[in-house]
Design a protein around this ligand. Structure first.
Ligand code: GLA
Length: 722
């Protein structure tokens, strides 16, 4: 069998090209050499059909041989990676390998976010498949980044035939495992409680999750891990798949009749039915795969590094993000320019570097029932022009940022009155309202153009260094008033392309702008978004204790620098819980740090504490963003203390963070086992002067101070003794 082998530093991926062009998946695991077709067995299996050319050899069936890119129609009855029908509704496709090529550098995907790398950092492997009967060609692209142990995948479908086809399912990645008992780790949630970790056994049949909300969603995240049953944070095999896509998606596992497992991810196939006329091309979003045999932390480290250096772009990729203050939880919609300046003034005195004006500064927007779509500054409300407000804030030594929600419109807005057909509404039906707003049809170029020009006009008129781009509803009533097409899957995909186009134009026209993504907090927290916005508001839940859970789950697939995280007021607005300022800051520091309250309401003592916190964040940001992040406890399982650490890449420094979660009288001492240190060296704690052995910290653990009251936080710096 001919093979295509892709090596990274520690892994090997291998595809087999069988006779008649059948493409098999042979291997993805620890780095190895040689052909892995030795792993295959051939048996005559009842009810597993045989391709016509080899009908005499009943042991050859796509129904159980491991497929590289399975399709419905060639005898494989498992969940296909690719499925299409013709105009008459006939399903059938038989993809065979036609050619392959390898070239230097990483491929790009027109209009979609993708991992990027310098020419010498990556190579591309392309495999061209063809369905002879229809003339449809499918190109599988693999981007190999050897040093990072990452392989990306994307698929191009080209209709070279003479008749229109409809694509029902185009996975970005699909992978078969010949054997193994696996767990699936996925990240589910809800508004204000995103990305909880759930680890479940992969069982026979299909298990899937995804989104049909038009965004990647609060409810499920397009990042998944398949792990051996024994895999822990430190040991064992695990495979990750991250989809760089911010719309409807689907991820699925299938354990088949012979205990083989398939894992796949891609655009939601349900209602997809994407039409492809002769000559047309469809490009799938990219999936990023990684494998390690060193456990879940090592897998997270791969994704952290990849996203930080090969997904996020722009000036802010490598530099410290400004410590910001956002007025949302301080004022909500009710503010005047004077109040804003008041909050800003106090913040600047304490060392905050940027003021962000949240929702309510435009149109008729004093609550969430009206105004979206009218991107005109409400000068009456703020008592001056936006330019003047920004200048005043700059005069305090701070930068200025602004909230926008470009994809939305309220019925009560000038824009809606002018262009009611720009919103998603199905003729003859009453639309489902979300926060009393409708979604603009971003699948239409003229809609994106209009909103882009309006927002650009505002950015050009005032000094604005930051944008928080929000999206506050799930998408219903999908219907486009544009000429020519009416198909749910196509509209939703073009919608996402429209959002990306908007963001791409924004980054091109305003290269210095820092954009923070947001969708009611973390409802669009995906690696696709991170290509345009190097940070995302992690959750609308600012309660420090709940945030420990949310940030823990988020850290599996996303770097700490991507996590927008703020200190807010107590009692917390989402939970009513009161937690010390110290604890709130310790939790918010595990991210891109800021404040979201009126600092004027703090006591003098607390203000001094805020000053120290900002200094501490500035001093530590490098190890926080660039260091290796370790989840030292599982907050849902370890009831006494939650702990996480940042360790410098050479292991010489550790920034340890602990929050006590529960209190007991006369309690045993909880120990937190540290990781990533040098076992044979000593470390001195800056705060206490005490010296600890690296080995003891890792095997026995750090004794958590016993304290009175819940939710105390400690931050310790460990430095290698000379
Ligand atoms: C969303 C965001 C919040 C805030 C509001 C404003 O809920 O997540 O942070 O910006 O919108 O309406």
């Amino acid at each position: 069998m001919n093979t295509i082998t892709m090596h990274t530093r520690n892994t090997t991926y291998q595809i087999g090209i069988m006779e008649h062009g059948f493409l098999l998946h042979l291997y993805y695991g620890p780095r190895t050499e040689g052909s892995m077709d030795c792993l295959l067995s051939y048996y005559d299996r009842g009810f597993s059909g045989n391709p016509y050319e080899v009908r005499e050899r009943r042991e050859i069936s796509m129904d159980y041989l491991p497929q590289e890119y399975s399709c419905f129609g060639n005898g494989d009855f498992r969940s296909p990676a690719f499925q299409m029908r013709d105009e008459n509704g006939v399903f059938g496709v038989d993809l065979r390998c036609k050619s392959r090529k390898r070239y230097e550098g990483k491929y790009v995907i027109q209009g979609l976010p993708a991992v990027y790398a310098a020419k010498e950092e990556a190579y591309t492997e392309e495999v061209l498949l063809e369905d002879k009967a229809s003339g449809v060609e499918v190109t599988l692209r693999y981007g190999v980044l050897p040093e990072l142990d990452v392989i990306t995948r994307s698929v191009e479908v080209r209709n070279n035939g003479s008749r229109k086809v409809f694509l029902n399912k185009v996975c970005s990645a699909s992978m078969d495992f010949l054997t193994g008992d696996f767990d699936l780790l996925h990240f589910y949630g809800r508004h204000t409680m995103e990305r909880n970790v759930e680890r479940i056994p992969v069982v026979h049949g299909n298990q899937g999750f995804g989104s049909r909300r038009g965004t990647s969603s609060h409810q499920h995240n397009p990042f998944v891990i398949l792990a051996d049953r024994e895999t822990t944070e430190d040991h064992g095999s695990c495979w990750g798949m991250s989809l760089l896509y911010s719309g409807n998606f689907w991820c699925e596992t299938e354990k088949d009749q012979y205990d083989q497992t398939r894992l796949q991810i891609g655009i939601l196939p349900e209602m997809f039915d994407y039409p492809l006329a002769p000559g047309e091309v469809f490009l799938s979003p990219e999936a990023v795969m990684a494998y390690t045999e060193q456990g879940l932390s090592a897998l997270s480290h791969i994704y952290h590094e990849l996203i930080r250096r090969h997904v996020c772009r722009g000036r802010f990729r490598d530099v410290r993000r400004p410590v910001l203050i956002n007025n949302w939880e301080a004022t909500y919609f009710t503010f005047t320019g004077e109040q804003i300046l008041n909050i800003a003034e106090q913040a600047s005195e304490l060392g905050v570097e940027m003021f962000v004006l949240d929702d309510g500064w435009f149109g008729k927007r004093d609550n969430d029932d009206s105004g979206l779509g009218d991107w005109v500054v409400n000068e009456k409300k703020i008592g001056m022009t936006l330019g003047e407000l920004s200048e005043k804030i700059h005069g305090m030594g701070m930068q200025f940022g602004l909230w926008i929600e470009p994809e939305m419109v309220n019925e009560d807005s000038e824009l809606y009155r002018l262009h009611p057909d720009w919103a998603f509404v199905i003729p003859g039906r009453k639309p489902i309202m979300g926060r009393n707003q409708l979604t603009l049809d971003f699948s239409r170029r003229e809609v994106v153009d209009y909103i882009f020009e309006k927002i650009s006009g505002i950015l050009e008129k005032a000094r604005i260094e930051y944008i928080k781009m929000d999206m506050n509803r799930s998408i219903n009533d999908v219907y486009t008033a544009a000429e020519g097409f009416q198909n749910y899957g196509e509209i939703m995909h073009r919608y996402v392309l429209g959002v990306y186009d908007f963001l791409e134009r924004l980054t091109q026209r305003f290269p210095g702008l820092l954009i923070e993504g947001c969708s009611g907090g973390g409802g669009r927290f995906d690696a696709g978004m991170l290509y345009y916005t190097p940070q995302i508001w992690c959750s609308d839940d600012t309660d420090a204790i709940e945030r420990i859970h949310i940030q823990h789950g988020t850290s599996f697939g996303y770097p700490i620098s991507a996590v927008g995280s703020h200190v807010s007021a107590v009692p917390n607005h989402q939970t009513g819980r009161t937690v010390s300022l110290n604890t709130r800051a310790a939790v918010a520091m595990a991210g891109s740090f800021g404040y979201e309250l009126d600092l004027n309401t703090l006591s003098e003592e607390e203000k001094e504490e805020v000053k120290r916190q900002i200094e501490a964040y500035k001093e530590n940001w490098e190890i926080i963003h660039e260091g290796l992040y370790y989840r030292l406890t599982d907050p849902s399982k370890d009831p006494d203390a939650a702990a996480w650490s940042f360790v410098s890449r050479d292991g010489s420094e550790m920034f340890l963070n602990i929050v006590s979660m529960d209190v007991h009288s006369n309690a045993p001492v909880p120990y937190v086992r540290c990781r990533g240190l040098m076992p044979d060296r000593l470390y001195k704690v800056k705060e206490t002067g005490r010296i600890y052995s690296g080995g003891a910290l890792m095997s026995v653990g750090f004794p958590v101070p016993v304290s009175m009251g819940e939710y105390n936080a400690w931050q310790y710096h460990f430095q290698l003794c000379k």
